[in-house]
Design a protein around this ligand. Structure first.
Ligand SMILES: *Cc1c(COP(=O)(O)O)cnc(C)c1O
Length: 403
């Protein structure tokens, strides 16, 4: 098909993006897909030969490149090679997979855990395996796209409640017929706003209305709780979440996703979830890296304290400069800009001044709430954060986002 002469819907969609990207590139406002040439110690990167401070990383505890984790990956490659013999259910399961799943279960204080090849796929396959036509799945409005896609794929009735609004969650639960199977699903730390789910109230409502509870800990694993075990530890609650989902691609510097919970649940997923049955197993090096990372988190608790202190410094500095950072209390910090143009402009100036930050614009966030989605990690030093704050505040004043 020739994109230039035909005019069907596919062609129009492709052309729309071609033009949008081209226009941004022409105006030096395209910041996506930049290849990082080198990662230097976790807080700095080299992009097009320039060293920049990294403020867009998901490696919250600064574990990318940790010597113990690298060594574990290399040893697994030497032992097993770089691939598997297929899908987990058949010949793909290696001892590195069972070790990883036992490690996750121990870390999460659950009976068992199952892993998949990505967090995205985990949400898709787990929600659509557990839920089906006639069931109700009730999801926070700001939940991650992979949760939304899993809910849609399940064919269940899909209802959304206002972000972290427990009165609205209760209304949605009341609206579902009493005898119907219900699942409430939410992020623990919300990926664009950085705020924390009201877990105690969510649990109370799930009990009251007899609903299953699934929590996505993509951003809270290693971040919340004194020992980094996540949102239940943060609120001092013990095993109140039925389906504890998380990723191995953020704080854990690998790739993959998991669900931890009761052993019958995990066994069911091993035999019924399509991503486990029809998609290749995690590569051995990545599985071993993830296992070692869970151990490092427990052995180096200072990282959790440091990322939290760094988050506090960053949020306070931005607020002091006059920025709106919404309700974040974590190392994920929205720096509100208003229009998409302002967010692009702020990114442009920051990047020219060697700060690697990225904009989030509509439709990923509502119109008028365009922002930088900035992050700090345990790899940052306080004086680096002070410098970043200086750069962002100066640029914010130049654009008129703050006074
Ligand atoms: C990143 C993310 C995922 C997807 O995880 P991947 O391992 O990157 O596929 C799922 N849920 C949330 C909340 C996320 O932020």
């Amino acid at each position: 098909m020739d994109i230039h002469t035909t005019d069907d819907a596919v062609t129009r969609r492709i052309r729309f993006f071609t033009e949008r990207v081209m226009k941004l590139r022409e105006n030096d406002l395209y910041f996506y897909n930049q290849p990082i040439e080198e990662i230097k110690g976790g807080s700095r990167v080299i992009v097009r030969g320039r060293e920049m401070g990294m403020y867009a990383s998901y490696s919250y505890l600064g574990l990318i490149g940790h010597p113990r984790i690298n060594a574990a990956a290399k040893a697994a490659i030497d032992k097993f090679g770089t691939g598997t013999n297929g899908v987990r259910l058949l010949a793909g399961t290696l001892t590195v997979h069972t070790e990883l799943e036992e490690t996750i279960a121990a870390f999460k204080h659950t009976e068992a855990a199952v892993t998949y090849s990505s967090g995205y796929v985990t949400n898709l396959t787990v929600i659509s395996t557990l839920m089906g036509r006639g069931d109700y799945v009730i999801s926070d409005k700001l939940n991650h796209a992979s949760i939304v896609d899993g809910c849609l794929m399940s064919g269940a009735e899909f209802r959304r409640f206002k972000h972290n609004d427990m009165a609205d969650l209760e209304r949605r639960l009341q609206q579902a017929p009493g005898d119907v199977t219900k699942l409430v699903v939410a992020d623990a730390i919300f990926s664009m706003d950085g705020d924390v789910l009201d877990l105690p109230k969510t649990v109370e409502l799930c009990k009251k209305y007899n609903a299953w509870l699934m929590i996505d800990e993509a951003h809270s694993l290693g971040m919340l709780g004194k020992t980094g075990r996540g949102i239940e530890e943060h609120f001092g609650l013990d095993d109140v979440v039925d389906i504890k989902m998380g990723t191995l691609s953020k704080t854990i510097p690998s790739v993959g996703g998991y669900v931890a919970g009761r052993k019958e649940l995990v066994q069911y997923l091993r035999h019924a979830s399509r991503a486990y049955i029809f998609s290749a197993a995690l590569p051995p090096g990545q599985a071993a890296a993830a296992t070692e990372a869970f151990k490092v988190i427990l052995d180096e608790p200072w990282r959790i304290e440091k990322v939290n202190a760094n988050g506090e410094q960053f949020i306070n500095g931005l607020k002091h400069a006059g920025f709106d950072t919404l309700l974040t209390t974590t190392a994920i910090v929205p720096v509100l800009c208003g229009t998409d143009e302002r967010a692009y402009k702020l990114t442009q100036i920051c990047q020219h001044r060697d700060l690697f930050v990225l904009p989030v614009v509509s439709p990923a966030v509502p119109e008028g709430l365009a922002r930088l989605r900035a992050t700090v990690t345990a790899a940052h030093e306080p004086k680096e954060i002070d410098h970043a704050l200086d750069v962002i505040a100066t640029a914010g004043r130049e654009i008129g986002i703050i006074q």
